[in-house]
Design a protein around this ligand. Structure first.
Ligand code: NAD
Length: 376
């Protein structure tokens, strides 16, 4: 089985779908690995590093030739896959909801496309979960960006010239990114509070030494919610949340928002009036910018200043930590491949009735087969 690793071509993409460690492990499974020349450059991995790990490095046409598996970070332009074998498995973050035409083109080319971001949130799949691995890094980087844009220090400092007060950081949405943001802000010495609609997060917030801020008079989501995800909340809950947040946010220096609802635009958590209530010099990092934003006035990919408050429309922050993001992403791909690898056949076997396969398989036999796409 030959495995091709593509060099990413999307604007701003720095990551690579393999690192020398995963190349070695794939070779250990009995695969032959071909990496497109320069694929690791953005993540500080040279062609020589890949070759030392047992891969060949060559042109796109040569890596695709005879490959049964194609690994990518973002979904490649279907035209750039000319020469790929019919039946080859294409694995990556393929963004199926927004790239419908490209997914159709993968089907027409006879590729079996697997979208890793549609991995079900089940225990068995945790080590294959690219959303978690990349969100974790994004949560960390959001705090670093906030600290950079903030004209004051995070920790309390007692100096001969007087005391510097600690920054007050509020994290809204305590999933994978939010938890890492809380932990990072705590490490930097900030006073941290956090909120979520899922009651299960309260204990997690406390365990990180932060203060939970929760709507108490209207029921939120008990426990973890379906598959660990939030749903859209009732109007009554939204009103109670807005009131609670209004009184809290006016006292905050930094707000990190991470709230997402799968398949829906991001919930609006902060209004323009609430931004105006913060003190000038405050910073908001909106990690939901790409999904429409949690904050009124967020512009995806840009920093805007409103009422003296900097709103950072953070997009794909994991890309700015290319080496770690590539390593985690590459291990997610390896963990998936090795879990389904059949030693005797020397290739992965993907059973139709497996929950993971059903979740991520988009195309097969020339057709779109994923329910989430056929129902749309
Ligand atoms: P996410 O990115 O979908 O959302 C981020 C957070 O925003 C969530 O905690 C969500 O509850 C919260 N949120 C949504 N609407 C909100 C609102 N109106 N106000 C405040 N907060 C709001 O979430 P995620 O980071 O992907 O993680 C969600 C859950 O899934 C977590 O419990 C996580 O531990 C779990 N998880 C499980 C697995 C697994 O078992 N394989 C893998 C990853 C995550």
């Amino acid at each position: 089985m030959k495995i091709a690793v593509l060099k990413e071509t999307a604007a701003g993409e720095t990551r690579c779908a393999a690192i020398p460690e995963t190349v070695k492990k794939l070779v250990g499974l009995g695969a032959e690995v071909a990496v497109e020349s320069g694929a690791g450059a953005g993540a500080s991995v040279t062609d020589a590093d890949f070759e030392a790990a047992g891969a060949k490095t060559c042109s796109r046409a040569d890596v695709l030739k005879g490959a049964g598996i194609i690994l990518a970070v973002t979904g490649p332009d279907p035209k750039s896959l000319d020469g790929a074998e019919k039946g080859a498995i294409l694995i990556g973050s393929l963004d199926p909801a927004r790239r419908r035409e490209d997914i159709e083109a993968y089907a027409s080319a006879g590729l079996e496309a697997l979208a890793m971001e549609w991995m079900p949130r089940i225990t068995r799949a945790q080590s294959m979960d690219i959303l978690s691995s990349q969100s974790n890094l994004a949560g960390y980087k959001a705090v670093v960006e906030a600290a950079d844009a903030y004209g004051r220090a995070f920790p309390m400092m007692m100096t001969a010239a007087g005391t510097v007060s600690p920054a007050k950081v509020f994290v809204m949405g305590v999933g994978v990114a939010g938890l890492q943001a809380i932990a990072t802000a705590k490490r930097l010495g900030a006073q941290v509070s956090a909120t979520d609609v899922r009651s299960a997060t309260k204990e997690q917030i406390l365990s990180l030494g932060a203060k939970p801020i929760f709507v108490e008079n209207v029921a939120g989501i008990e426990g973890e919610g379906a598959g660990g995800y939030a749903t859209e909340m009732s109007d009554e809950y939204k009103a109670a949340q807005a009131e609670l947040v209004s009184s809290h946010i006016a006292k905050q220096d930094i707000v990190i928002t991470t709230a997402l609802i799968p398949g829906k635009p991001a919930p609006r958590l902060i209004s323009d009036a609430q931004v105006a209530s913060m003190r000038p010099g405050g910073v908001i990092v909106d990690l939901a910018a790409d999904a429409g934003g949690n904050v009124e006035g967020t512009v995806a990919g840009e920093n805007v200043v409103k009422h003296g408050v900097t709103i950072i429309g953070a997009v794909n922050l994991a890309r700015s930590l290319a080496a770690d993001a590539s390593a985690l992403f590459a291990r997610n791909l390896f963990n998936f491949l090795s879990a389904f690898w059949d030693q005797e056949q020397g290739r992965p076997v993907l059973p139709d009735d497996d929950e993971i396969v059903q979740g991520i398989r988009l195309t097969q036999g020339g057709k779109i087969v994923n329910e989430r796409l056929t129902a749309a």
